[in-house]
Design a protein around this ligand. Structure first.
Ligand code: SAH
Length: 490
């Protein structure tokens, strides 16, 4: 098997290459560094061995020799090894030393280049590293040389006199002396200079200044410093996004977090996925759901009261034609779109997305009576079944699933406590939050609909964000509007 030296990209997990993602998905062992994005590690298959060489058990980082030995040993053992390295593995990353060790040991290896922070961090800060006519070359240089050498190989004066754009990695700690040498090399003190910290991540921060005014105190690692006319460009597409600088806790069940989390991060939010709910089979192990689906073809209606119910219905149908003569009602647009993903178009979606309004809009039973199958959570409210029964329907109430409380991981607590907002998509998510997190309540609380909002305010969490329509898109829009009205970020 092969040891793959894979560039993880600069921070945004979306910037890993397709090849890198393919290899992660089949890895037996992943060897990673301190700053590796959790989303990339989650791409590895279950059971994959994860080796953090950013820190060993004693808390100090693993030596390069030890890393080389590890790669050789795992490679020799015939395992598919992914060595994830920040940015590009061959740009100031000692990837070459690892490749040389594998070469010397006769272990097969592959290099998967990555997007380097040298170019990506400036790009996300709105700084093109070259510009036609005015900045025709770019020098990428390390500000951190091997101290043990006792001398410097970087000819900063020559770099200064060469003009063009200068991109400095690992330069924060030595900025004063680097600046001094660039000035003595003849650079104008008014040359634009910028520092991009945590580039391409939701924590990105850009400081724009000049060579003489950019101060060490303004920046902290990891940061990329850009010196040159291009550093004055402000093609500020990333930090301008409506939720940039906001951290938002999503409390939905893990399987569903994708949709909401994705919508939020596309608007620039730092999303903390901390489900307070997990969806499992009903207490009967799914028996009544299976029985209901077996007899579904003879029902007049099936009513689905949540996206979870929609998934369960679609997953347990044996034959799509069983629903041929059955009308389908969805409690709201979120449920309707979960059905639509399985090519089931709801016949009835009430104007207001609560059980009461579904009840109002539901037709009367046919003359000889009719049967309604309601698929819902085991612990759901009884408004709908009781109401339909009163109207003369034969109601079959099916506990299609059960939600159980989940407790957010301890490792997330600190981020959750510092978050700007928390979003709830159900009353049980609210109740479980209170049980798990006690009085922790971010400044902004969002609820997807009126019932959830009521539960939250009853629990002492005043709701500041509630969409008119209970859809995820509207939920996220409402959050953006809330922050826009507040003005400023962070
Ligand atoms: N191989 C990496 C560079 C490793 S050296 C690459 O190609 O990107 C580590 C340095 O990279 C840091 O000190 C910092 O200067 C820069 N860097 C890494 N991640 C960064 C980020 N998200 N934003 C800004 N600079 C970053």
């Amino acid at each position: 098997m092969t040891v793959h030296l894979v560039g993880a990209g600069p921070g945004d997990p979306g910037l890993v290459t397709v090849r890198g993602a393919q290899l992660l998905a089949i890895a037996d062992v992943v060897v990673f560094d301190r700053l590796t994005a959790a989303e990339l590690l989650e791409m590895a298959p279950p059971g994959c061995e994860m080796v953090n060489v950013g820190k060993d058990p004693s808390g100090s980082s693993v030596s390069q020799d030890r890393i080389n030995e590890l790669l050789v040993a795992h490679g020799r053992a015939g395992r598919c090894v992914v060595r994830l390295k920040g940015g590009d593995p061959f740009v100031f990353a000692r990837g070459a030393e690892e490749a040389a060790a594998l070469e010397a040991a006769g272990v097969d290896y592959e290099v998967v280049p990555g997007i380097t922070s040298a170019f990506a961090a400036p790009a996300y800060a709105g700084i093109p590293v070259t510009l036609r006519y005015s900045s025709t070359h770019v020098t990428v240089v390390t500000g951190h040389e091997d101290l043990s050498k006792g001398r410097t190989d970087v000819d900063w004066e020559a770099i200064a006199s060469g003009g063009g754009t200068i991109v400095i990695l690992m330069g924060v700690g030595r900025w004063q002396s680097i600046r001094q040498r660039l000035l003595s090399g003849g650079l104008d003190p008014l040359t634009p200079a910028a520092a991009v910290q945590w580039g391409t991540t939701p924590r990105q921060r850009t400081v724009r200044a000049t060579l003489s005014t950019l101060e060490q105190a303004d920046m902290a690692p990891p940061a990329t410093i850009v010196v040159g006319n291009v550093a004055g460009e402000e093609l500020d597409w990333f930090e301008r996004r409506p939720l940039f600088g906001r951290s938002v806790v999503v409390t939905r069940a893990k399987a569903q977090a994708g949709g909401l989390a994705d919508l939020l991060s596309r608007r620039g939010a730092d999303v903390i996925v901390a489900p307070t709910i997990e969806v499992v089979d009903a207490d009967d192990g799914g028996a009544s759901l299976r029985a209901a689906i077996d007899g579904i073809a003879t029902a007049n209606w099936v009513v689905v009261t949540s996206p979870n119910g929609a998934e369960r219905l679609a997953d347990s149908l044996r034959d799509a034609r069983d629903l041929a003569g059955v009308s389908v009602a969805a409690i709201g647009p979120g449920t309707a779109s979960a059905l639509a993903e399985h090519r089931l178009v709801a016949d009835l979606v009430p104007g207001r997305h609560v059980a009461e309004s579904l009840l109002e809009e539901f037709p009367d039973p046919p003359a000889g009576g009719g049967r309604v199958v309601i698929l819902r959570a085991q612990e759901g409210r009884d408004v709908l079944p009781d109401g339909l029964a009163e109207r003369g329907w034969t109601v079959e109430l099916v506990p299609a699933y059960r939600t159980v409380p989940a407790v957010p991981a301890d490792s997330l607590r600190e981020r959750i406590e510092a978050a700007d907002a928390v979003l709830f998509a159900s009353s049980s998510a609210v109740r479980n939050w209170v049980a798990a997190m006690g009085g922790t309540c971010p400044p902004v609380v969002g609820a997807i609909g009126p019932i959830t909002a009521q539960t939250a305010s009853d629990a002492g969490m005043p709701v500041g964000v509630q969409p008119e329509q209970s859809t995820l898109d509207d939920f996220v829009d409402a959050l953006c509007a809330h922050f826009a009205a507040q003005g400023g970020t962070g």
